[in-house]
Ligand binder design. Structure first.
Ligand SMILES: [Zn+2]
Length: 468
């Protein structure tokens, strides 16, 4: 089989891997490139292969860097099915609608402030384009829930294992038969961690597998244990209450927000923190939280012990306030602290968080709480790196608020988890490290070479082709 790495190759966005065998073409993920606007635009506007020749697609999970280009893929002629779990299908539809909305607004804003001599821009896709993708989604349960393979072609079938990364995330085991020889390939998508709130732990594949395409976001880093999360949150919130601080949380609407709400609710229930007002100022988070409520049967045992068995809603409690309209969102800024506001986008590249940052970042009494990975060149990354002043809506603001990073909620495996995963794949020969930046990937490659010297480890560049 031939594998071409069309995205998330030595970078963490734009996941796209094309598998070709016996005239059959299968795309693994169809993610959007994020980051520096002109580079992202360039990569997203030109689809790197003829979409109409692809027979099927598998979607690992609903993060935009894995699904965000689906509307362009369909518009350019993809006519096949897109296989994913049911929660992934439900969530991806919201993520794509939101993405179309942002792009339409961005284009409108840009064109209304068009610099002299520049041509107007078109949104990458519209809500109409998104609607046309819906009929292509084909939900497939995890193998543990329905032990049946899904046949894609006479020589190609697959099954889903739980990736434990976000709700619905799947590890794909592909079984490809070439000239009578069975070749198994595992695509991890994004790999989760043990002990994350709500989610089940990542599953190991049972089958002999020769090749793995593995995410390596944190190949050279160890996370703080998830078990530190409750204590750290307790300290932050106790301090904020004492100082009447506002805690500004850039929200990853999918996953991180629900996990954060879950832990805060648990701490309040246990009287470990006072019930401060928590605003969820993100319509997208609210929609996705509703999807979470329909798949509680997928949640882990702790959820059932903490909330489920008591008949209690994990994502609904007295001092959790959701805001819908822009007016409601703006009115938060006039309220005195202490409070927490959770607003998108997670890397501070757009959305309501920019208004909350603009209004609060210059006050040393306030806290910016970062809960997830910040890609290069994003405002979130600048805040984490301590850069000041930062530019928001074209104006420079000195960063005086305290920037606190909570690594415990990372939904990605760290170096130890990744190595453990590799060690649990039987018969492995080739590892392709994707969804990673260079120092992380090289660090992990060195470690694998030391611990498992017989394995071949590659860090493909964009567009690189391998035969396995
Ligand atoms: Zn992800």
């Amino acid at each position: 089989m031939k594998i071409t790495f069309y995205g998330a190759a030595q970078t963490v966005t734009g996941s796209k891997y094309l598998i070709e065998t016996d005239g059959f073409k299968l795309l693994l993920d169809c993610g959007m490139h994020q980051g520096k606007r002109d580079v992202a635009n360039e990569l997203n506007r030109k689809f790197p292969f003829d979409a109409s020749t692809v027979d099927a697609m598998i979607l690992s999970h609903a993060h935009a860097d894995h699904c965000g280009m689906i509307p362009v893929f369909v518009r350019e002629g993809f006519a096949g099915k897109m296989y994913c779990t049911a929660p992934t299908a439900d969530i991806a539809k919201f993520i794509l609608e939101d993405s179309a909305n942002i792009q339409e607004q961005d284009a409108l804003y840009f064109n209304n402030h068009l610099p002299v001599g520049q041509a107007p821009i078109e949104p990458l896709y519209t809500e109409q384009d998104v609607k046309k993708t819906f009929s292509h989604f084909e939900p497939v349960p995890y193998f543990r829930l329905r032990p049946e393979w899904t046949q894609l072609h006479k020589n190609v079938r697959f099954k889903f294992y739980d990736a434990g990364h976000i709700l619905g995330s799947a590890i794909t085991l592909l079984e490809i038969t070439e000239n009578g020889e069975v070749k198994n390939l595992v695509f991890t998508g994004d790999l989760g961690r043990h002990f994350l709130p709500i989610l089940r732990d990542p599953e190991f594949v049972a089958e002999q597998t020769q090749t793995i395409i593995m995410e390596c976001t944190y190949g050279n880093r160890l996370h703080k244990p998830v078990t530190d999360l409750e204590d750290d949150l307790k300290n932050i919130i106790t301090g904020a209450i004492k100082n009447n601080s506002k805690i500004i949380v850039p929200a990853f609407s999918l996953g991180r927000t629900q996990e954060l709400i879950y832990v805060l609710h648990k701490l309040i229930n246990e009287n470990q923190i006072p019930a401060l007002p928590i605003f969820v100022d993100s319509p997208l988070s609210q929609k996705i939280t509703r999807v979470f409520n329909t798949y509680t049967s997928d949640f882990d045992e702790e959820f059932w012990a903490d909330f489920g068995e008591k008949g209690e809603h994990a994502f609904l409690f007295k001092n959790l306030i959701t805001t819908a309209s822009i007016e409601e969102s703006k009115s938060i800024n006039t309220k005195p602290g202490p409070y927490m506001v959770i607003a998108g986008s997670g890397m501070c590249e757009g959305g309501r968080i920019l208004h909350h940052l603009k209004n609060n970042i210059t006050d040393s009494n306030n806290i910016v709480l970062i809960t997830g990975y910040q890609a290069q060149n994003t405002l979130g990354r600048k805040l984490v790196e301590g850069i000041s002043p930062v530019r928001i809506f074209g104006v420079e603001y000195p960063v005086k608020a305290k920037v606190v990073v909570l690594n415990e909620l990372s939904a990605h495996a760290d170096q130890k988890d990744l190595l453990n995963y590799v060690k649990n794949v039987n018969g492995l020969k080739n590892i392709f490290l994707v969804h990673t930046e260079m120092p992380q990937a090289e660090g992990f490659k060195d470690l694998v070479k030391k611990e498992l010297p017989n394995l071949s480890v590659d860090i493909p560049v964009q567009g690189e082709v391998f035969e396995v």
